[in-house]
Design a protein. Sequence first.
Length: 219
Amino acid sequence: MIRLIGVWKRYEEGGFALQEMNLHIPRGEFIFITGPSGAGKTTLLSLIYGAESVDRGQIFIAGRNITRLLRKDLPHLRRGIGVVFQDFKLLPRRTVFDNIAFCQRAIGVPAREARRRVYAVLKLVGLAAKRNTFPRFLSGGEQQRVAIARALVNRPPLLIADEPTGNLDQTMAREVMDLFRAINRMATTVVVATHDHSLVEYMAKRAMRLENGRISDGR
């Protein structure tokens, strides 16, 4: 599903975010990316998502070399990748339903099909009863579930999450991880960046540690 070959990324202010990164994540795997702040976790996910470009090396997603994509081709790439952030990024003046349906409208999905997809993912994350609720009336865990539903509504084969439990307590964090586990069982490849080692232990999935832009250990 994901393969990085000799990837380097450096920022203008100096220092390498990633150095000679070689990585293979098979289709259907669940993997954690761990490491201290500044280790390169967010940069790695941004490269996979196409939000950043490599300085050197190649990245393949589902066999496609995304380092050769033109800017106009990036939206099509991103439709196949669900992204979940730490801070939810929900639209405060739109309901739960509209937060999820918004991206469907943006890519031209017919209204009836968009509604069907939104209801399906809301049922998956256990929030169908709150479809008409505004984000400010939801708990942190519920807001993250909405964000996950939004990431899944296009049925992407790949889901990446950057510190998705950083704003949640331990109970809610485990609930989110259980949801990711269920999503992974549906043949979705899941990549989660986190500094919370207790969640890695809880999930008992493969983990790769980044340190100073390099893979330092893993299993």
